[in-house]
Design a protein around this ligand. Structure first.
Ligand code: ADP
Ligand code: MG
Length: 249
């Protein structure tokens, strides 16, 4: 049994079958990549995992519990965190404040800033956030405005905001999209670093094969809404079905 078990998931948008009978099993503490051509249904699948979309049928079990029908913040509390394509940070706040916000949210059960008054243990939360920033090597930047960080550091900060919630599963939708090679390599290093330090499962949707082969232990290939193959990176490279569907050969 994987930490994430997707069974028979279907999702239609009008006449379009975006997901057709998707099965996916992600093992605990692994990095699992989902690849596939544009329009294959990767983002739709991810949206079904985080409560942004409701599948028409099928089941999604996380850590033994169904996520279907739950609100995004409830799923987040179950231990699933999502990293966005463009870092979602509060540009006008300091780096430290940015990391403190999800700490309050975690404690209070919802994304409510007024928890600041009611929790009454700001020092704990500050300490937790500072510790997190040390963990991602950003302690020296804690008083900077988040908006003035470099692109790579914004990504690093966003990761800290996710990780401070201690997710069991981190979902990443094309985390290196639009990045230059140097930033992409920094992101790969950051994810490796994060993985090495804690028990965490990562499910990464990615177009860039360099990223996939640098990080993933298992790869699922999605084509036209259906998983074609699930394999190790070594076995994916020369797989005829993958070459046909994904590389257009
Ligand atoms: P991928 O992330 O693999 O590129 P998507 O999951 O974004 O693919 O999209 C899968 C298919 O579903 C595409 O054909 C896309 O146009 C369609 N689609 C995605 N979201 C919607 C939506 N909200 N309404 C209608 N069609 C959608
Ligand atoms: Mg997508």
């Amino acid at each position: 049994m994987g930490i994430l078990e997707v069974k028979g998931v279907n999702k239609r948008f009008g006449g379009l079958q975006a997901l057709g009978d998707v099965n996916l099993s992600v093992k605990q503490n692994t990095v699992h990549a989902i690849i596939g051509p544009n329009g294959a249904g990767k983002s739709t699948l991810l949206n079904c995992l985080v409560g942004k979309l409701m599948p028409d049928s099928g089941s999604v079990m996380f850590d033994g519990q169904s996520v279907l029908g739950r609100k995004p913040h409830e799923i987040n509390q179950m231990g699933i965190s999502r990293v966005f394509q463009t870092p979602e940070i509060f540009a006008d706040l300091s780096v430290l404040e940015n990391v403190m916000i999800p700490c309050f949210a975690r404690r209070d059960g919802a994304f409510r800033l007024h928890a600041y008054e009611t929790v009454g243990s700001e020092r704990d939360i500050r300490g937790q956030a500072e510790h997190m920033l040390e963990d991602v090597n950003m302690a020296d930047k804690r008083h900077m405005h988040a908006g003035s960080l470099s692109r790579g550091d914004k990504r690093r900060l966003e990761m800290a905001m996710c990780l401070v919630q201690e997710p069991k599963l981190l979902l990443l939708d094309e985390p290196t999209a639009g990045m230059a090679r140097a930033d992409t390599n920094n992101t790969i290093d950051l994810l490796k670093e994060i993985k090495a330090k804690r028990d965490i499962t990562m499910c990464i949707i990615e177009h860039d094969m360099h990223v996939v082969f640098s990080l993933a232990e298992r790869i699922t290939v999605l084509a036209q809404g259906t998983p074609l193959v699930e394999e190790t990176p070594e076995n994916i490279k020369g797989h005829p079905k993958v070459r046909e569907a994904y590389l257009g050969e």
